[in-house]
Design a protein around this ligand. Structure first.
Ligand code: HEM
Length: 498
Protein backbone atom coordinates (compact mmCIF):
# COMPACT_ATOMS: atom_id res chain seq x y z
CA UNK A 1 0.00 0.00 0.00
CA UNK A 2 1.46 3.41 -0.91
CA UNK A 3 1.32 6.39 1.47
CA UNK A 4 -1.71 8.09 -0.09
CA UNK A 5 -3.78 4.87 0.00
CA UNK A 6 -2.75 4.37 3.63
CA UNK A 7 -3.76 7.97 4.39
CA UNK A 8 -7.21 7.52 2.84
CA UNK A 9 -7.75 4.23 4.70
CA UNK A 10 -6.72 5.87 7.97
CA UNK A 11 -9.08 8.83 7.36
CA UNK A 12 -12.00 6.51 6.56
CA UNK A 13 -11.25 4.50 9.70
CA UNK A 14 -11.20 7.62 11.91
CA UNK A 15 -14.43 8.90 10.34
CA UNK A 16 -16.14 5.55 10.85
CA UNK A 17 -15.07 5.42 14.51
CA UNK A 18 -16.26 9.01 15.05
CA UNK A 19 -19.63 8.30 13.46
CA UNK A 20 -20.03 5.05 15.40
CA UNK A 21 -19.17 6.74 18.70
CA UNK A 22 -21.54 9.56 17.93
CA UNK A 23 -24.42 7.24 17.01
CA UNK A 24 -23.71 5.18 20.16
CA UNK A 25 -23.72 8.32 22.31
CA UNK A 26 -26.91 9.53 20.69
CA UNK A 27 -28.59 6.22 21.44
CA UNK A 28 -27.52 6.60 25.07
CA UNK A 29 -27.33 9.87 26.97
CA UNK A 30 -28.20 12.07 24.00
CA UNK A 31 -30.94 9.92 22.50
CA UNK A 32 -33.81 12.21 23.47
CA UNK A 33 -32.22 15.50 22.49
CA UNK A 34 -34.43 17.94 20.57
CA UNK A 35 -34.20 17.60 16.76
CA UNK A 36 -31.77 19.67 14.73
CA UNK A 37 -29.88 19.93 11.46
CA UNK A 38 -27.54 17.05 10.55
CA UNK A 39 -24.02 17.77 11.81
CA UNK A 40 -20.56 17.05 10.39
CA UNK A 41 -17.93 15.31 12.51
CA UNK A 42 -15.71 17.86 14.37
CA UNK A 43 -17.31 20.88 12.66
CA UNK A 44 -20.84 20.16 13.83
CA UNK A 45 -23.20 22.75 12.29
CA UNK A 46 -20.49 25.40 11.96
CA UNK A 47 -21.04 25.69 8.20
CA UNK A 48 -24.78 26.39 8.65
CA UNK A 49 -24.19 29.23 11.11
CA UNK A 50 -23.29 32.64 9.71
CA UNK A 51 -20.35 33.84 11.83
CA UNK A 52 -21.40 37.47 11.24
CA UNK A 53 -24.99 36.89 12.39
CA UNK A 54 -25.27 33.61 14.35
CA UNK A 55 -28.52 34.76 16.01
CA UNK A 56 -30.16 35.15 12.59
CA UNK A 57 -28.97 31.69 11.48
CA UNK A 58 -30.40 30.15 14.67
CA UNK A 59 -33.74 31.94 14.21
CA UNK A 60 -33.86 30.59 10.64
CA UNK A 61 -33.12 27.04 11.86
CA UNK A 62 -35.90 27.30 14.45
CA UNK A 63 -38.40 27.89 11.62
CA UNK A 64 -37.53 24.39 10.40
CA UNK A 65 -36.83 22.50 13.64
CA UNK A 66 -39.16 24.27 16.09
CA UNK A 67 -38.64 26.47 19.17
CA UNK A 68 -36.42 23.91 20.95
CA UNK A 69 -33.68 22.38 18.81
CA UNK A 70 -30.12 21.06 18.92
CA UNK A 71 -27.11 22.50 17.12
CA UNK A 72 -23.60 21.11 17.27
CA UNK A 73 -21.01 23.78 18.10
CA UNK A 74 -18.02 21.92 16.72
CA UNK A 75 -17.93 18.62 18.57
CA UNK A 76 -20.35 19.74 21.36
CA UNK A 77 -24.15 19.81 21.19
CA UNK A 78 -26.14 22.79 22.48
CA UNK A 79 -29.87 23.25 22.91
CA UNK A 80 -31.33 26.48 21.50
CA UNK A 81 -34.50 28.00 22.99
CA UNK A 82 -36.40 30.30 20.61
CA UNK A 83 -39.25 32.76 21.08
CA UNK A 84 -40.74 34.48 24.13
CA UNK A 85 -42.95 31.61 25.37
CA UNK A 86 -40.13 29.05 25.27
CA UNK A 87 -37.45 31.29 26.82
CA UNK A 88 -39.84 32.43 29.56
CA UNK A 89 -40.95 28.86 30.32
CA UNK A 90 -37.32 27.79 30.75
CA UNK A 91 -35.71 30.79 32.47
CA UNK A 92 -38.64 31.96 34.62
CA UNK A 93 -41.13 29.09 35.14
CA UNK A 94 -38.36 26.47 35.37
CA UNK A 95 -35.73 28.77 36.88
CA UNK A 96 -34.26 26.10 39.16
CA UNK A 97 -33.50 23.81 36.22
CA UNK A 98 -32.29 26.41 33.70
CA UNK A 99 -30.58 28.92 36.03
CA UNK A 100 -27.04 27.52 35.86
CA UNK A 101 -24.23 29.14 33.87
CA UNK A 102 -22.93 27.14 30.94
CA UNK A 103 -19.23 27.41 30.30
CA UNK A 104 -17.69 28.08 26.94
CA UNK A 105 -13.94 27.45 26.51
CA UNK A 106 -12.92 31.14 26.21
CA UNK A 107 -14.73 32.13 29.42
CA UNK A 108 -13.46 29.06 31.29
CA UNK A 109 -9.89 29.87 30.31
CA UNK A 110 -10.16 33.44 31.69
CA UNK A 111 -12.19 32.84 34.85
CA UNK A 112 -11.60 29.23 35.88
CA UNK A 113 -15.11 29.18 37.37
CA UNK A 114 -14.52 32.10 39.79
CA UNK A 115 -16.52 35.35 40.01
CA UNK A 116 -20.24 36.17 39.76
CA UNK A 117 -20.80 35.51 36.07
CA UNK A 118 -18.95 32.23 35.57
CA UNK A 119 -19.62 30.38 38.80
CA UNK A 120 -22.44 28.02 39.69
CA UNK A 121 -24.20 26.53 42.71
CA UNK A 122 -23.48 27.83 46.19
CA UNK A 123 -20.66 30.11 44.98
CA UNK A 124 -22.78 31.94 42.42
CA UNK A 125 -25.74 32.29 44.84
CA UNK A 126 -23.53 33.90 47.50
CA UNK A 127 -21.65 36.19 45.11
CA UNK A 128 -24.80 37.29 43.27
CA UNK A 129 -26.67 38.00 46.51
CA UNK A 130 -23.72 39.98 47.82
CA UNK A 131 -23.30 41.99 44.58
CA UNK A 132 -27.02 42.77 44.27
CA UNK A 133 -27.18 43.97 47.90
CA UNK A 134 -23.98 46.01 47.51
CA UNK A 135 -25.25 47.70 44.34
CA UNK A 136 -28.60 48.42 46.02
CA UNK A 137 -27.22 49.78 49.30
CA UNK A 138 -24.26 51.41 47.67
CA UNK A 139 -23.79 55.01 48.65
CA UNK A 140 -26.27 55.04 51.52
CA UNK A 141 -25.30 58.13 53.52
CA UNK A 142 -22.60 58.78 50.95
CA UNK A 143 -22.66 59.47 47.20
CA UNK A 144 -25.31 57.35 45.45
CA UNK A 145 -24.91 55.81 41.97
CA UNK A 146 -27.34 58.48 40.76
CA UNK A 147 -24.98 61.21 42.05
CA UNK A 148 -22.11 59.58 40.17
CA UNK A 149 -24.09 59.33 36.92
CA UNK A 150 -25.36 62.92 37.10
CA UNK A 151 -21.84 64.19 37.78
CA UNK A 152 -20.47 62.11 34.88
CA UNK A 153 -23.25 63.34 32.57
CA UNK A 154 -22.14 66.92 33.28
CA UNK A 155 -18.53 66.02 32.43
CA UNK A 156 -19.73 64.45 29.22
CA UNK A 157 -21.64 67.62 28.26
CA UNK A 158 -18.54 69.74 28.92
CA UNK A 159 -16.36 67.51 26.71
CA UNK A 160 -18.98 67.45 23.93
CA UNK A 161 -19.26 71.26 24.12
CA UNK A 162 -15.55 71.44 23.35
CA UNK A 163 -16.11 69.68 20.01
CA UNK A 164 -17.64 73.01 18.87
CA UNK A 165 -20.04 71.44 16.40
CA UNK A 166 -17.31 69.54 14.57
CA UNK A 167 -18.05 65.90 13.70
CA UNK A 168 -16.83 63.03 15.91
CA UNK A 169 -17.41 59.32 16.50
CA UNK A 170 -19.15 59.08 19.92
CA UNK A 171 -17.68 55.66 20.83
CA UNK A 172 -14.72 56.91 22.81
CA UNK A 173 -16.57 59.51 24.91
CA UNK A 174 -19.52 57.27 25.72
CA UNK A 175 -17.23 54.39 26.71
CA UNK A 176 -15.23 56.72 29.00
CA UNK A 177 -18.50 57.87 30.61
CA UNK A 178 -19.88 54.36 31.28
CA UNK A 179 -16.47 53.01 32.33
CA UNK A 180 -16.25 55.82 34.88
CA UNK A 181 -19.54 54.73 36.44
CA UNK A 182 -18.15 51.20 36.79
CA UNK A 183 -14.90 52.69 38.22
CA UNK A 184 -16.93 54.67 40.76
CA UNK A 185 -18.87 51.56 41.80
CA UNK A 186 -15.88 49.20 41.91
CA UNK A 187 -12.96 51.48 42.93
CA UNK A 188 -14.75 54.56 44.32
CA UNK A 189 -13.21 57.05 41.89
CA UNK A 190 -13.47 58.28 38.29
CA UNK A 191 -10.68 59.01 35.83
CA UNK A 192 -10.15 61.95 33.52
CA UNK A 193 -10.91 61.09 29.85
CA UNK A 194 -7.23 61.68 29.07
CA UNK A 195 -5.88 59.45 31.88
CA UNK A 196 -3.43 56.94 30.40
CA UNK A 197 -4.61 54.12 32.71
CA UNK A 198 -8.25 54.58 31.72
CA UNK A 199 -7.36 54.76 28.03
CA UNK A 200 -5.30 51.55 28.14
CA UNK A 201 -8.07 49.74 30.02
CA UNK A 202 -10.73 50.89 27.58
CA UNK A 203 -8.59 49.96 24.59
CA UNK A 204 -8.37 46.40 25.92
CA UNK A 205 -12.08 46.13 26.75
CA UNK A 206 -13.10 47.44 23.31
CA UNK A 207 -10.67 45.13 21.52
CA UNK A 208 -11.91 42.11 23.50
CA UNK A 209 -15.53 42.91 22.63
CA UNK A 210 -14.56 43.11 18.97
CA UNK A 211 -12.59 39.85 19.00
CA UNK A 212 -15.19 37.89 20.97
CA UNK A 213 -17.92 39.05 18.55
CA UNK A 214 -15.78 38.19 15.50
CA UNK A 215 -15.56 34.85 13.66
CA UNK A 216 -12.22 34.25 15.46
CA UNK A 217 -13.86 34.46 18.88
CA UNK A 218 -16.55 31.99 17.81
CA UNK A 219 -13.99 29.69 16.18
CA UNK A 220 -12.02 29.58 19.44
CA UNK A 221 -15.09 28.35 21.32
CA UNK A 222 -15.69 25.69 18.63
CA UNK A 223 -12.15 24.30 18.50
CA UNK A 224 -10.18 25.54 21.55
CA UNK A 225 -7.70 22.66 21.67
CA UNK A 226 -6.58 23.42 18.14
CA UNK A 227 -6.64 27.22 18.34
CA UNK A 228 -4.62 27.25 21.56
CA UNK A 229 -1.65 26.28 19.37
CA UNK A 230 -2.34 28.63 16.45
CA UNK A 231 -1.43 32.30 16.05
CA UNK A 232 -4.33 34.69 15.42
CA UNK A 233 -6.41 37.55 16.88
CA UNK A 234 -8.08 35.16 19.38
CA UNK A 235 -4.84 35.22 21.41
CA UNK A 236 -5.38 38.94 22.04
CA UNK A 237 -8.45 38.01 24.12
CA UNK A 238 -6.30 36.23 26.68
CA UNK A 239 -3.40 38.70 26.60
CA UNK A 240 -5.84 41.57 27.25
CA UNK A 241 -7.71 39.63 29.95
CA UNK A 242 -4.39 39.01 31.75
CA UNK A 243 -3.53 42.73 31.61
CA UNK A 244 -7.01 43.79 32.84
CA UNK A 245 -6.67 41.35 35.73
CA UNK A 246 -3.26 42.70 36.66
CA UNK A 247 -4.68 46.28 36.65
CA UNK A 248 -7.52 45.11 38.93
CA UNK A 249 -5.06 43.29 41.24
CA UNK A 250 -3.18 46.57 41.63
CA UNK A 251 -6.41 48.45 42.49
CA UNK A 252 -7.36 45.75 45.02
CA UNK A 253 -3.91 45.93 46.64
CA UNK A 254 -4.26 49.75 46.95
CA UNK A 255 -7.59 49.21 48.72
CA UNK A 256 -6.06 46.62 51.05
CA UNK A 257 -3.20 49.00 51.91
CA UNK A 258 -5.59 51.84 52.75
CA UNK A 259 -8.36 49.76 54.32
CA UNK A 260 -8.88 50.31 58.05
CA UNK A 261 -10.98 48.03 60.22
CA UNK A 262 -14.47 49.38 60.94
CA UNK A 263 -14.39 52.06 58.22
CA UNK A 264 -17.49 52.64 56.04
CA UNK A 265 -17.14 50.95 52.62
CA UNK A 266 -16.86 53.43 49.73
CA UNK A 267 -17.10 50.94 46.89
CA UNK A 268 -17.52 47.29 45.86
CA UNK A 269 -13.92 46.32 46.68
CA UNK A 270 -14.18 47.83 50.20
CA UNK A 271 -17.43 45.94 50.86
CA UNK A 272 -15.88 42.68 49.64
CA UNK A 273 -12.78 43.16 51.83
CA UNK A 274 -15.02 43.68 54.87
CA UNK A 275 -16.82 40.41 54.08
CA UNK A 276 -13.44 38.66 53.68
CA UNK A 277 -12.41 39.93 57.07
CA UNK A 278 -15.68 38.70 58.65
CA UNK A 279 -15.19 35.21 57.22
CA UNK A 280 -11.41 34.95 57.54
CA UNK A 281 -11.62 31.96 59.91
CA UNK A 282 -13.84 29.95 57.56
CA UNK A 283 -11.60 27.89 55.24
CA UNK A 284 -14.56 27.30 52.89
CA UNK A 285 -15.54 30.94 52.58
CA UNK A 286 -16.26 32.10 49.03
CA UNK A 287 -15.14 35.60 49.98
CA UNK A 288 -11.55 35.12 48.90
CA UNK A 289 -9.01 36.88 46.65
CA UNK A 290 -9.86 34.90 43.51
CA UNK A 291 -13.61 35.59 43.73
CA UNK A 292 -12.92 39.27 44.50
CA UNK A 293 -10.68 39.60 41.44
CA UNK A 294 -13.02 37.82 39.05
CA UNK A 295 -16.19 39.52 40.39
CA UNK A 296 -14.69 42.98 39.84
CA UNK A 297 -13.54 41.76 36.41
CA UNK A 298 -17.12 40.61 35.65
CA UNK A 299 -18.77 43.85 36.79
CA UNK A 300 -16.26 45.97 34.92
CA UNK A 301 -16.54 44.11 31.63
CA UNK A 302 -20.27 43.35 31.83
CA UNK A 303 -21.13 46.95 32.68
CA UNK A 304 -18.94 49.09 30.43
CA UNK A 305 -19.37 48.16 26.79
CA UNK A 306 -23.02 47.02 27.12
CA UNK A 307 -24.27 50.41 28.32
CA UNK A 308 -21.99 52.38 26.01
CA UNK A 309 -23.02 50.29 23.02
CA UNK A 310 -26.74 50.79 23.81
CA UNK A 311 -26.20 54.57 23.99
CA UNK A 312 -24.33 54.55 20.67
CA UNK A 313 -27.28 52.72 19.11
CA UNK A 314 -29.53 55.34 20.72
CA UNK A 315 -27.67 58.31 19.22
CA UNK A 316 -27.63 56.62 15.80
CA UNK A 317 -31.41 56.12 16.01
CA UNK A 318 -31.87 59.80 17.00
CA UNK A 319 -29.96 60.77 13.84
CA UNK A 320 -32.09 58.45 11.72
CA UNK A 321 -35.37 59.65 13.28
CA UNK A 322 -34.97 63.38 14.11
CA UNK A 323 -38.69 63.57 14.94
CA UNK A 324 -38.11 61.17 17.87
CA UNK A 325 -35.27 63.37 19.10
CA UNK A 326 -37.54 66.46 18.87
CA UNK A 327 -40.34 64.78 20.84
CA UNK A 328 -37.91 63.83 23.62
CA UNK A 329 -36.61 67.39 23.70
CA UNK A 330 -40.13 68.80 24.10
CA UNK A 331 -40.75 66.37 26.97
CA UNK A 332 -37.45 67.50 28.56
CA UNK A 333 -38.44 71.16 28.15
CA UNK A 334 -41.85 70.49 29.71
CA UNK A 335 -40.77 68.33 32.67
CA UNK A 336 -37.20 69.42 33.44
CA UNK A 337 -36.64 72.76 31.70
CA UNK A 338 -33.15 74.15 31.26
CA UNK A 339 -32.28 75.40 34.75
CA UNK A 340 -31.52 72.08 36.40
CA UNK A 341 -30.04 68.73 35.40
CA UNK A 342 -32.25 65.62 34.95
CA UNK A 343 -32.84 63.30 37.92
CA UNK A 344 -34.05 59.72 37.90
CA UNK A 345 -37.33 60.87 39.52
CA UNK A 346 -38.12 62.69 36.24
CA UNK A 347 -38.35 59.38 34.35
CA UNK A 348 -41.82 58.59 35.68
CA UNK A 349 -43.14 61.88 34.31
CA UNK A 350 -41.54 61.30 30.88
CA UNK A 351 -43.35 58.29 29.34
CA UNK A 352 -42.30 59.08 25.76
CA UNK A 353 -38.58 59.26 26.62
CA UNK A 354 -38.88 56.12 28.72
CA UNK A 355 -40.62 54.29 25.86
CA UNK A 356 -37.93 55.39 23.37
CA UNK A 357 -35.13 54.12 25.66
CA UNK A 358 -36.92 50.76 26.00
CA UNK A 359 -37.32 50.58 22.22
CA UNK A 360 -33.61 51.42 21.72
CA UNK A 361 -32.78 48.44 23.93
CA UNK A 362 -35.23 46.15 22.15
CA UNK A 363 -34.20 47.17 18.66
CA UNK A 364 -30.43 47.15 19.29
CA UNK A 365 -30.60 43.63 20.76
CA UNK A 366 -27.06 43.97 22.02
CA UNK A 367 -26.60 40.50 23.59
CA UNK A 368 -28.48 38.47 20.96
CA UNK A 369 -27.38 34.98 22.07
CA UNK A 370 -27.58 35.76 25.82
CA UNK A 371 -24.77 34.37 27.97
CA UNK A 372 -24.66 30.57 27.84
CA UNK A 373 -26.81 28.68 30.34
CA UNK A 374 -26.93 25.02 31.25
CA UNK A 375 -29.27 22.69 33.12
CA UNK A 376 -28.31 21.80 36.68
CA UNK A 377 -29.67 18.21 36.33
CA UNK A 378 -30.98 15.98 33.53
CA UNK A 379 -34.05 17.96 32.52
CA UNK A 380 -37.21 16.96 30.67
CA UNK A 381 -38.43 19.91 28.61
CA UNK A 382 -41.30 19.87 26.12
CA UNK A 383 -40.95 16.12 25.64
CA UNK A 384 -37.16 16.16 25.14
CA UNK A 385 -34.37 15.28 27.54
CA UNK A 386 -31.54 17.79 28.06
CA UNK A 387 -28.63 16.17 29.89
CA UNK A 388 -27.04 17.93 32.89
CA UNK A 389 -24.22 20.25 31.85
CA UNK A 390 -25.26 20.67 28.20
CA UNK A 391 -25.02 24.22 26.86
CA UNK A 392 -28.42 25.94 26.57
CA UNK A 393 -28.78 29.10 24.48
CA UNK A 394 -31.90 31.11 25.46
CA UNK A 395 -31.89 33.24 22.31
CA UNK A 396 -32.69 36.81 23.40
CA UNK A 397 -32.81 38.01 19.77
CA UNK A 398 -35.77 35.68 19.18
CA UNK A 399 -37.62 37.23 22.14
CA UNK A 400 -36.88 40.88 21.35
CA UNK A 401 -37.98 40.27 17.74
CA UNK A 402 -40.80 37.76 18.42
CA UNK A 403 -43.60 38.72 16.00
CA UNK A 404 -46.26 37.39 18.38
CA UNK A 405 -45.17 39.94 21.03
CA UNK A 406 -44.32 43.03 19.01
CA UNK A 407 -46.51 44.74 16.42
CA UNK A 408 -43.67 45.56 14.01
CA UNK A 409 -40.55 43.87 15.40
CA UNK A 410 -38.29 44.76 12.47
CA UNK A 411 -38.97 48.53 12.79
CA UNK A 412 -37.79 51.01 15.38
CA UNK A 413 -41.14 51.94 16.87
CA UNK A 414 -41.46 53.59 20.34
CA UNK A 415 -45.22 52.84 20.19
CA UNK A 416 -44.29 49.29 21.21
CA UNK A 417 -44.07 50.73 24.73
CA UNK A 418 -46.90 53.31 24.67
CA UNK A 419 -50.63 52.84 25.30
CA UNK A 420 -53.40 54.81 23.59
CA UNK A 421 -53.11 57.56 26.25
CA UNK A 422 -49.39 57.97 25.56
CA UNK A 423 -48.47 56.32 28.87
CA UNK A 424 -45.68 53.77 29.32
CA UNK A 425 -46.81 50.22 28.50
CA UNK A 426 -44.73 47.31 29.80
CA UNK A 427 -44.20 44.20 27.68
CA UNK A 428 -43.10 40.88 29.22
CA UNK A 429 -41.01 40.12 26.13
CA UNK A 430 -38.74 43.09 26.91
CA UNK A 431 -35.75 40.94 27.93
CA UNK A 432 -32.49 42.68 26.97
CA UNK A 433 -31.24 41.84 30.49
CA UNK A 434 -32.52 38.24 30.18
CA UNK A 435 -34.75 36.80 32.95
CA UNK A 436 -34.77 34.38 35.86
CA UNK A 437 -31.96 33.34 38.18
CA UNK A 438 -29.03 34.61 36.12
CA UNK A 439 -30.65 37.83 34.93
CA UNK A 440 -28.30 40.81 34.72
CA UNK A 441 -27.53 42.26 38.15
CA UNK A 442 -26.82 45.71 36.66
CA UNK A 443 -30.26 46.38 35.16
CA UNK A 444 -31.16 49.29 37.46
CA UNK A 445 -27.73 50.94 37.14
CA UNK A 446 -27.75 50.51 33.35
CA UNK A 447 -31.26 51.94 32.93
CA UNK A 448 -30.38 54.87 35.17
CA UNK A 449 -27.34 55.63 33.00
CA UNK A 450 -29.31 55.36 29.77
CA UNK A 451 -31.95 57.80 31.03
CA UNK A 452 -29.61 60.34 32.67
CA UNK A 453 -26.90 60.38 29.98
CA UNK A 454 -29.32 60.54 27.05
CA UNK A 455 -31.63 63.19 28.55
CA UNK A 456 -28.70 65.35 29.72
CA UNK A 457 -27.22 65.24 26.20
CA UNK A 458 -30.54 66.12 24.53
CA UNK A 459 -31.23 68.84 27.09
CA UNK A 460 -28.02 70.55 25.99
CA UNK A 461 -27.60 69.62 22.31
CA UNK A 462 -29.41 68.71 19.13
CA UNK A 463 -27.65 65.84 17.40
CA UNK A 464 -27.13 66.06 13.67
CA UNK A 465 -25.75 63.65 11.10
CA UNK A 466 -23.34 64.60 8.32
CA UNK A 467 -25.68 63.11 5.74
CA UNK A 468 -29.48 63.05 5.53
CA UNK A 469 -31.48 60.58 7.67
CA UNK A 470 -32.43 58.59 4.56
CA UNK A 471 -28.82 57.62 3.93
CA UNK A 472 -28.23 56.32 7.49
CA UNK A 473 -28.01 52.54 7.65
CA UNK A 474 -29.31 51.19 10.98
CA UNK A 475 -28.92 47.50 10.12
CA UNK A 476 -26.25 45.79 12.27
CA UNK A 477 -22.69 45.53 11.04
CA UNK A 478 -22.40 42.12 12.68
CA UNK A 479 -23.81 40.26 15.64
CA UNK A 480 -21.71 37.69 17.45
CA UNK A 481 -21.52 38.00 21.21
CA UNK A 482 -22.71 41.59 20.79
CA UNK A 483 -24.71 43.33 18.02
CA UNK A 484 -22.48 46.04 16.56
CA UNK A 485 -23.82 49.13 14.77
CA UNK A 486 -22.12 50.55 11.71
CA UNK A 487 -19.49 53.23 12.50
CA UNK A 488 -20.85 56.79 12.27
CA UNK A 489 -20.06 60.37 13.12
CA UNK A 490 -22.31 63.12 14.42
CA UNK A 491 -22.06 66.76 15.41
CA UNK A 492 -23.77 68.41 18.36
CA UNK A 493 -25.45 71.81 18.06
CA UNK A 494 -25.89 73.56 21.45
CA UNK A 495 -29.55 74.26 22.16
CA UNK A 496 -30.41 77.95 22.56
CA UNK A 497 -32.24 77.40 25.84
CA UNK A 498 -29.35 75.33 27.30
C1 HEM B 1 -27.51 47.95 28.75
C2 HEM B 1 -26.69 47.36 29.60
C3 HEM B 1 -26.67 45.89 29.93
C4 HEM B 1 -27.24 44.82 29.29
C5 HEM B 1 -28.08 44.82 28.01
C6 HEM B 1 -26.90 43.63 30.06
C7 HEM B 1 -27.31 42.35 29.72
C8 HEM B 1 -26.94 41.22 30.42
C9 HEM B 1 -27.31 39.87 30.04
C10 HEM B 1 -28.16 39.49 28.84
C11 HEM B 1 -26.76 39.03 30.96
C12 HEM B 1 -26.85 37.50 30.97
C13 HEM B 1 -28.05 37.04 31.78
C14 HEM B 1 -28.27 35.54 31.74
O1 HEM B 1 -27.30 34.80 31.72
O2 HEM B 1 -29.42 35.09 31.70
C15 HEM B 1 -26.03 39.84 31.92
C16 HEM B 1 -25.34 39.34 33.01
C17 HEM B 1 -24.62 40.11 33.89
N1 HEM B 1 -24.55 41.49 33.92
FE1 HEM B 1 -25.42 42.75 32.60
N2 HEM B 1 -26.14 44.00 31.12
C18 HEM B 1 -25.99 45.37 31.11
C19 HEM B 1 -25.32 46.15 32.04
C20 HEM B 1 -24.71 45.68 33.18
C21 HEM B 1 -24.12 46.51 34.22
C22 HEM B 1 -24.12 48.05 34.23
C23 HEM B 1 -23.56 45.66 35.14
C24 HEM B 1 -22.84 45.99 36.44
C25 HEM B 1 -23.25 46.88 37.30
C26 HEM B 1 -23.82 44.29 34.69
C27 HEM B 1 -23.40 43.16 35.35
C28 HEM B 1 -23.74 41.86 34.96
C29 HEM B 1 -23.25 40.67 35.66
C30 HEM B 1 -22.29 40.63 36.85
C31 HEM B 1 -23.82 39.57 34.99
C32 HEM B 1 -23.66 38.09 35.32
C33 HEM B 1 -24.84 37.63 36.19
C34 HEM B 1 -24.78 36.14 36.56
O3 HEM B 1 -24.08 35.39 35.91
O4 HEM B 1 -25.45 35.74 37.53
N3 HEM B 1 -24.52 44.35 33.50
N4 HEM B 1 -26.16 41.17 31.59
Amino acid sequence: MDFSAAGVTFAVLVLTVVLLVRSWRRKGRLSRLPPGPPALPFLGNALQIDKRAPDQSLIKLSRKYGPVFTVWLGPRPAVVLCGFETVKEALVDRADDFGARGTVPSIRKVTNGYGIASSNGHRSCLLRRFAVATLRDFGKGNKTPEDFVRQEAEHLVEVVRKTKESPFDPTFLLTCATANIMCAIVFGNRFDYTDAKLLTLLGMITENMRVISSPWGQLYDLLPNLLDYLPGPHNRLFENAAKIKSFLREMIQNHKDKHTKGSTPKDFIDSFLIKMEEEKDDPNSEFNDENLLLSTFNIFLAGTDTTSSTMRWGLLLFLKYPEVQEKIQSEIDKVIGSNRTPTIADREKMPYTNAVIHEIQRYSNIIPLNLPHTVSRDTEFRGFMIPKGMIVIPLLASVLYDSSCWERPESFNPDHFLDEKGQMKENEAFMPFSAGKRMCIGEAVAQMQLFLFLTTLLQNFTLRSLTGPNTIDITPLSSGFSTLHRPYQLYCVPRKSA
